[in-house]
Ligand binder design. Structure first.
Ligand code: GTP
Ligand code: MG
Length: 264
């Protein structure tokens, strides 16, 4: 390992270096420094394991939505989900959020107070799919609803719309089961399009004519809401216009699909 001129270890920049710096500290023969270093390393190992737990919770919830999408595809030949994105909150965002709320940084506090470390976003075509997917998720025995914010029924002042759920799911590890919170955002493609642009604006330091852009975004949000409603109405009209198939016709349709491979 690299050593500075004064014989102290260099600040490591990866895990291997971290382990070798620890060995270097042991050779300093100072029990106090050694204990402090061990405590810090233990904290870091615990934090990394925690991130693994949140990553696995995302996988659990993702699978639940994928199962619903596959079921719809086979039963009704349509996919309510366009795509899914996931994210693990960055270390920096976690620290900033806790600092903003004035919460001292410990792993216990993080687990208790930061409920959006695991995040999943479900993008649908139609507004009714949003509520149907949310209901189907919440009906599952192992899913517990912790919080629900319906920004579609009550859009934010800036025009933001989405359905937000914080749910808790069990994640089964080799010798322990953990209940883990996951933030689920469900929205239409149009709502997602709007949110991406608005998000870009938030993170720009200085924007010329910001007031004007905010007002335009607000107008776009209203138009998008109207568009989402209209697209749903048209879809329903098309469905209503179709003659209801008889039981026999339905079965025939399904038989025709028998050879179509199931999405994996
Ligand atoms: P956070 O401290 O950001 O987690 O907010 P919160 O705890 O009040 O939760 P809320 O449900 O309002 O928002 C959670 C997440 O939804 C945010 O982190 C964003 O991803 C998204 N979101 C909420 N409001 C907006 C908005 O006005 N614009 C955009 N683009 N995204 C938003
Ligand atoms: Mg958040």
């Amino acid at each position: 390992m690299a050593v500075r001129k004064d014989n102290l270890p260099m600040i490591p920049n990866n895990d291997d270096d971290m382990a070798s710096s620890l060995m270097q500290l042991a050779s300093l023969n100072d029990p106090k420094i050694w204990q402090e270093a061990l405590k810090m390393m233990e904290l870091m190992v615990g934090y990394k394991e925690d991130r693994m737990v949140y990553t696995c919770a995302i996988k659990e919830i993702r699978t639940k939505f994928e199962v619903l999408d596959t079921e719809f595809n086979v039963r009704y030949q349509r996919n309510p989900i366009n795509f899914i994105t996931t994210r693990l909150k960055s270390n920096q965002s976690i620290v900033m959020k806790m600092a903003r709320k004035g919460i001292p940084f410990t792993i216990e506090n993080m687990e208790k107070h930061v409920e959006d470390i695991a995040g999943i976003r479900i993008i649908c075509s139609y507004v009714d799919d949003i509520y149907q997917l949310a209901d189907s998720l919440l009906r599952q025995d192992d899913v517990t609803l912790l919080a629900r914010k319906d920004y579609i029924q009550e859009p934010k002042e800036n025009g933001y719309r989405s359905l937000h759920l914080i749910v808790s799911v069990p994640v089964f590890f080799s010798n322990v089961t953990r209940q883990v919170p996951v933030e689920v955002q469900i929205r239409t493609i149009a709502m997602d399009f709007w949110a991406s642009l608005e998000h870009q604006m938030k993170y720009k330091q200085e924007i010329a004519d910001e007031e004007h852009i905010i007002a335009r975004l607000r107008q776009c949000a209203d138009r998008i809401a109207a568009l989402d409603d209209e697209m749903l109405e048209i879809r329903k009209q098309i469905e209503a216009g179709k003659n209801m198939p008889t039981q026999e016709e339905l079965l025939l349709q399904k038989i025709r699909q028998l050879e179509v491979p199931i999405d994996t």
